[in-house]
Each structure stands twice: as structure tokens, then as C-alpha cells.
Design a protein around this ligand. Sequence first.
Ligand SMILES: [Mn+2]
Length: 340
Amino acid sequence: MNLETVKAVKELLSTPQNMVIIPHKNPDGDAIGSTLALWHFFKNNGQDATVIVPNDYPKFLKWMPGSDQILNFEKENHQCKDKIENATVVFTLDFNHLGRVGQLEEPLEEAAKKIPFVMIDHHQAPSDYAKIMYSDVEMSSTCQMVYNFIEAVDGVEKITSEMASCLYTGIMTDTGSFKFRSTTGETHRIVADLIDRGAENTEIHHRVFDTNTPARLKLLGVALNNMKILEQFKTAYITLSQDELDAHNYQKGDTEGFVNYGLTLEGINFAVIFIENKEEGIIKISFRSIGDFSVNEFARSHFNGGGHNNAAGGRSEKSLQETALYFESLLKDYKNQLAV
Ligand SMILES: [Mn+2]
């Protein structure tokens, strides 16, 4: 964080505020971990704060300290609208474009005309709605940034064991358990400090990763069986139809991490999963890569999405089969980049 940003935040926090803290739609471990950690920090410092999620999040994150205090915009709509109307500042975490919050977009657009927004985020190409911006694409996770934020504003002594567990969870999930390229020595130093401050690391890994249901494991079996490997492009992709999801009692979050299996194949650098969503009438896509191939650019150019260099999302309005064929047809233009 630069000095000017720190100064602006300190000034903001010097008077009592009604804070609303918002993660992106379909919040993941980093989104929930960062918003809850910041929420604890503000509450502990006598501020009024509320976390509002645009929609529900996976069960394997619901053990997180403070999770029971989160308001869901879809379920507690009036309460959420009241909170936003009475807010004096809005924090947006783990996203940088108001189009990423689903139905919350409109109330936030309105709020942005009246009150200051603070952005803490590590995605590319931030838009300019926030008065105070802490945006850094080099960061492993928004949780790592919230650690830096607290350190800069008030000192790491303010990090309680609850906050440490929240921040640890987000760093762990966003770095693929500390293996993605964004994981630096600094990331590990922060993680070490979080364990010293009470993050229950062994317990957190268990709670987040050992939560399979028999139906989910079988759905993974279907996904792996559907995997198509295109060795000439060092690419592997998975398709999952709505029928296949329905046959396995699909629950939100069940397909989390499936895309990564493609990258565990020797010689594969680009992995994709296409998941049919009949309700929204789209195919949801996740892209992952190892090395220099930018899935962010690929998703931006062809699938109305984006994200990071090695992890991005996108969507398609074609059918599942058409989407997969279209995807295959694009690969020849990337053969040189993928062959590296
Ligand atoms: Mn993140």
C-alpha cells in the first residue's frame, strides 16, 4: 500500500462509520476470508460493519468465524438494502468491477454516487468506482492484501486468531495450497505469522478439502471420464452437462477444483472446464494454465471473461457441444504459445 492510500484510509477510520463490505458473486475462500477478516478488524475497533454477499457460498466455508453474521442479498434483500442505504462507506473485496456482484450492482451503483468506496483487489484492469484503491495484480490473494492493509493501518498485533484463520483460508485457496506462481516468500512469511497468531492450519485444510460427498466424488468421476486430451495443444478440457449435474444431486461448489485435474497430466499446460447452466442459459467456463500462457487474455478475447494469467473464468451462450467445438477451433491460433 502506498502512503497516500494509508493516509486516506486512516482518515476515513478516524471517525465512526457504517461500513458495508462486499465480495464478488459466487464468493470463494479468498472472497469470504478477506471480507470476514476485515469485518472482525472493524468490529474490534468499534466500527459498525456488515458483510453482504451477492448470493450464497459453499458449505465448506461456512465454519469460518463470523460466517453466521453474513447477510445474503438474495435471502435478506430488504435488510441488505437498508444497510447499503445507511452506509457511509463501502468496501469491495476480491473484485474490481461493479458488474461482478450480480443483483447488488444497481444498489452499489447508486451508493457510489453518494459515498466513498474502498477497493482491495488483485485482479487485472480495475474500473474506477473506488475513491480509495488498493489494487495489486502481483498479490497472491485479497487476503494477503487485507493482511498488508491491517499492518499498514493499525499493526499486525490487531490480528486475532479468528482473523488469522479467515486470512489463512483465503491465501490457501487462492494459491492452490501455496503452489501457484503468485506465492512468494512474502506470502509464506505472512502465512507463518498467521499460524503464530492462531490460524488453525491443519484444521482449515481438513475443513476446506475433506468435505466430499459420495455424489460429488462420483460427479468427479464423470468429469474425468468426459475429459478430452489434445496433446498437440498441450490442452485438456472437461465438459459437464446439466443432466450430469442433476443426476449427481449437484450442490453449489461441487465442481470447484475439477478444472485443475487436467493440469496434473504430464505435458498438459492448459486445462478448461465447461459447465452447462440451464437456469442461466449459459455455459460457465474456468480456464487454468501452467507457465506463460495467459488464460486471462484468452478468456477476454473469446469467452467474455477474464481473471489472472494462470486462472480465469468466462462464459458462452452457445450450447455445450458448440462451445467445446468452438474452443477446439481456437486452439490452432495458439499452438506456438501452448507448445512452450
Ligand atoms: Mn482472490
